[in-house]
Design a protein around this ligand. Structure first.
Ligand code: KG4
Ligand code: ZN
Length: 394
C-alpha cells in the first residue's frame, strides 16, 4: 500500500465550557501545506452567564447536547460529510458501553452513524486534561465512540500544551520553532490556569511557577461578578476599563509582584475589590464612573504582575522566544504591555501571541498539539485513553 503523505485529524475540545471540533490536513513531514479544513466552536456563555461562572455538571450536559451538532458542522465545512443509507457496522453493545454515562449523546450519535458514511479522517485528537473532570469525560467518551466506530486511533492532548502550540499557526501556515528559538518561555493565562514554564525544546518542559490560588481569568470573572458585570468577566472588564477617565484613582494591590519566585496569587485582589466595592456602595449607585475606574485598576493590577514576572523569567533564563496563550491572552492591554516590556528589556526575543479568537478554548489548538504528537508516532487505542483532570506538563 502507498504510504500516506498527509494526515487528517479531527480534534475534540470539551475541557471547560466551549464545545470545539476542528479538522486539519497536514503533512507527516515538517514540510508542506498545513490546512485548516474547519474549526467550529459552540459557546455556552448564555447558559453560564446567569450564574457568573461555569458549573461543571451543567457544562457537561451542554457538551452532550452540542457535540453531534458541532461534529456535523465541522465535517460539512471540511467537505467530509457524506450521506450513506447503509449503517456503519457497529457493535451497538460496545457503543452503548462506551457512552453508558452519556445516554443522550449515545442516541444522537447512533442516529448520526445511521445517516453518514465514515469520513476520510486518520486520527482523533482529544483533550484528556487538565480541565473540569465531567466535561473532559464527555469529550473523551465521544472520542472513544468515534474511534471505535470509524476504526481509527486516538491521540490524547494536554490542554496547556494546546494553548501554547497554537502560537505556531500563522494564518494557514505552521511556522515551527527551530533549535535557535529555544529556550522558549511560555505564559499560560486562562480561566483555570496561570503558569509560567520553560520549553527547552519540543516536548521538554520545566514549570517555573503557577498560581497559588485563583487563576488570572478566574480573578477577572470573580471581580466582574462582584461589580455586577456578567460572565465571562475578562472581556467585560477590558471594555469597561477602556472607558475609565482616571485609570489610577483606585489603588489595588499587586500580589506577589516583588517575590523572587515565579508564582502568582490573585485571590487577595478579589477580596480587595470586594471591600472597596462595599465601602463605596452608596457612590456606586450614583456614579457609573466607579465601575470603569475599578475595572481599569483590576486589569492593570493583573497585567503588572504578569508582565513583571514574565520579564524576570525571560531575562533570568535568557530565553529566545516568548509564547503567551489562554483566554486572558486575548486581552488587548496585556498583549500591548507584554510586547512593550519584553521589546524593551530583551529586544531580540521573538514574541508569539495567537490572534484573540485563538486564545480562548477551541478545537484547532487541540488539533495542532495532536498533529505534533502524531508526527512523533504517538497514537493510542481508544480503550487506553483516560481523563486526567490534573494532568501536569511532562
Ligand atoms: O482559555 P479559556 O477559554 O478557558 C480555560 O481554559 O480556562 O479562558 C477563559 C478565560 C475566562 O476567565 C475569561 O474571562 C478570560 O479567559 N478572558 C479574558 C478575555 N477574554 C477571555 N480575560 C481578559 N481579557 C479578555 N479579553
Ligand atoms: Zn483553556
Amino acid at each position: 500500500m502507498k504510504q500516506k503523505k498527509d494526515i487528517t485529524i479531527l480534534s475534540i475540545e470539551t475541557s471547560c465550557d466551549d464545545t470545539g471540533i476542528a479538522i486539519i490536513k497536514a503533512p507527516l513531514k515538517p514540510r508542506g501545506n498545513f490546512n485548516v479544513l474547519s474549526n467550529i466552536i459552540s459557546s455556552q456563555i448564555d447558559v453560564h452567564a446567569e450564574y457568573g461562572g461555569v458549573y461543571p455538571m451543567m457544562a457537561k450536559r451542554e457538551h452532550q447536547r452540542n457535540l453531534v451538532f458541532v461534529l456535523e458542522k465541522a465535517l460539512k465545512q471540511a467537505k467530509l460529510l457524506e450521506r450513506e443509507a447503509k449503517k456503519i457496522n457497529n457493535d451497538e453493545e460496545t457503543l452503548r458501553e462506551i457512552l453508558s454515562r452519556e445516554d443522550n449523546l449515545y442516541k444522537t450519535l447512533s442516529s448520526f452513524f445511521s445517516k453518514y458514511k465514515k469520513p476520510d479522517i486518520d486520527a482523533i485528537a482529544i483533550t484528556n486534561g487538565p480541565g473540569l473532570e465531567p466535561c473532559l469525560w464527555v469529550g473523551v467518551n465521544f472520542a472513544k465512540a468515534l474511534s471505535y466506530s470509524w476504526n481509527i486511533p486516538v491521540i490524547s492532548v494536554n490542554h496547556i500544551k494546546a494553548h501554547i502550540f497554537i502560537n505556531m499557526l500563522d494564518d494557514q501556515k505552521l511556522t515551527e520553532l527551530k533549535t535557535k528559538d529555544f529556550p522558549a518561555l511560555c505564559l499560560i493565562v486562562s480561566g483555570g490556569h496561570t503558569q509560567l514554564f520553560l520549553m527547552k525544546g519540543l516536548g521538554k518542559y520545566q514549570v517555573l511557577g503557577e498560581t497559588r490560588d485563583d487563576a488570572a481569568g478566574e480573578c477577572f470573572d470573580k471581580t466582574a461578578r462582584i461589580l455586577g458585570l456578567g460572565y465571562p468577566g475578562g472581556p467585560i472588564i477590558s471594555k469597561e476599563a477602556e472607558g475609565a477617565k482616571n485609570k489610577f484613582k483606585i489603588q489595588l494591590p499587586r500580589p506577589m509582584i516583588n517575590t523572587k519566585d515565579y508564582d502568582f496569587s490573585f485571590s487577595g485582589l478579589k477580596t480587595a475589590v470586594l471591600y472597596d466595592y462595599l465601602k463605596e456602595k452608596p457612590r456606586v449607585k450614583k456614579d457609573k464612573e466607579y465601575v470603569k475606574e475599578m475595572a481599569a485598576q483590576i486589569q492593570q493590577s493583573v497585567i503588572d504582575v504578569l508582565v513583571k514576572k514574565t520579564a524576570n523569567a525571560a531575562q533570568n533564563f535568557k530565553v529566545k522566544t516568548l509564547m503567551v496563550g489562554g483566554g486572558v491572552a486575548a486581552n488587548k492591554e496585556l498583549r500591548r504591555q507584554i510586547r512593550e516590556k519584553i521589546n524593551k528589556v530583551m529586544p531580540k526575543v521573538k514574541i508569539l501571541i495567537p490572534p484573540p479568537k485563538n486564545c480562548t478554548d477551541n478545537g484547532l489548538m487541540t488539533a495542532i498539539a495532536g498533529y505534533f504528537r502524531a508526527r512523533q508516532g504517538k497514537k493510542e487505542k481508544w480503550r487506553d485513553i483516560e481523563v486526567k483532570a490534573n494532568l501536569k506538563l511532562q
